[in-house]
Design a binder for this molecule. Structure first.
Ligand SMILES: Nc1ncnc2c1ncn2[C@@H]1O[C@H](COP(=O)(O)OP(=O)(O)OP(=O)(O)O)[C@@H](O)[C@H]1O
Ligand SMILES: [Mg+2]
Length: 323
């Protein structure tokens, strides 16, 4: 596993990473979330041995980075931020070079390099100079070097940054497929990526861990978790709103907006464990207000993120009506 043991990094008077500790086991995909400058990349740089910690250490598959840095780095694949790749080399030569310094024999390189090129969708740029590649292709080349040696531990700093939607999808699939044999840490600003790929998320703010849980549990802490969103085809919101509010088990309800003749409402339950959808449907149907859509809110990671990292809407503000 990957063990971060009280890692701290100080740059002058700035505490960029402040006593971060966690473990990641094989089979887990851990997402690092946090505002710009929170300390995600600095933590990853320390975990990969690129940056010495001011305090603490990391143990990678039993190798302490301070005692056995080469042993630890052998086990790691690292995709750094902004894809630093030698600009004057072509894609094939670069990957061949990486395979060589990873210690693979010529025969092994002959097998691995083309295999990785194909896996990372780089076949049509194999002989192109890196400096002439588009941003997304550079990112793919950097991703390719991180998985070339099939490492047990993968540390990916914004792996889908700059990729088109098809490639984002492919990279996420690849990460999920690889995760059964590996422990993976990735950072991202795309919250939907955390939901679709990660088994666990750590939110870092100002150098510290402020949340560590599964994406589902984090979402469940959202104020909208368990609320019912529904639309009704009707002209005036007053009467259906009163009807929703009077339904059994409903603590409060709000009218959000009107769009193309549809009225949008959200209802909050008195108790999270008591379903209210059936009660609302029964009451509105009885009074002949036609329901055109209804779903149970699971909560939203972006709202949880904003609340935890200090940029939430004030407690008494109306619910977000943008959806
Ligand atoms: N080499 C350095 N010298 C001085 N300060 C640094 C250095 N590297 C990072 N920092 C500072 O450490 C803090 C954390 O930076 P870091 O790059 O880890 O943030 P991040 O969470 O990865 O942000 P982003 O989401 O923008 O990538 C920032 O305040 C940054 O300015
Ligand atoms: Mg970063």
């Amino acid at each position: 596993m990957i063990e971060a043991k009280h890692l701290s990094k100080q740059f002058g008077s700035k505490m960029a990473v402040d006593d971060i500790a966690f473990t990641v086991a094989k089979g887990e995909i851990l997402g690092f979330l946090g505002p710009n400058g929170a300390g995600k990349s600095t933590t990853m740089r320390m975990l990969t041995g690129y940056l010495p910690p001011s305090q603490g250490t990391a143990v990678i598959g039993g190798c302490d980075l301070l005692d056995d840095p080469i042993g630890a780095r052998r086990k790691i694949g690292y995709l750094p931020e902004n894809a630093p790749v030698y600009p004057d080399m072509n894609v094939f030569d670069f990957l061949n070079f990486v395979a060589e310094i990873r210690g693979f024999t010529a025969a092994e390189r002959k097998r691995r390099v083309p295999q990785t090129i194909e896996k990372c969708f780089l076949s049509k740029v194999t002989r192109q100079t890196v400096s002439t590649l588009s941003k997304g292709f550079k990112q793919r080349v950097c991703f390719a070097q991180s998985i070339l040696h099939d490492p047990e531990y993968l540390i990916l700093d914004e792996p889908t940054d700059g990729l088109d939607p098809n490639q984002k999808h492919e990279v996420r699939l690849m990460i999920r497929e690889m995760s059964t044999q590996k422990a993976i840490i990735l950072s991202t600003h795309i919250l939907e990526e955390v939901e679709s790929v990660c088994t666990r998320a750590i939110i870092i703010d100002d150098g510290r861990i402020v949340a560590d849980d599964s994406p589902e549990n984090l979402k469940a802490s959202s104020p909208d978790h368990g609320a019912i969103s529904l639309t009704v085809k009707y002209e005036d919101p007053g009467a259906p709103l009163a009807s929703i509010q009077a339904s059994e088990g409903v603590k409060s309800a709000v009218f959000l907006k009107s769009e193309n003749g549809h009225l949008f409402f959200r209802a909050f339950p008195e108790r999270g464990d008591r379903p209210i959808a059936d009660k609302i449907v029964a009451r509105l149907s009885q009074q002949h207000y036609p329901i055109t859509s209804l779903f149970v809110e699971k909560g939203r990671l972006d709202e949880v993120f904003r609340r935890i990292t200090g940029h939430c809407r004030p407690p008494n503000a109306p619910p977000d009506a943008t959806r």
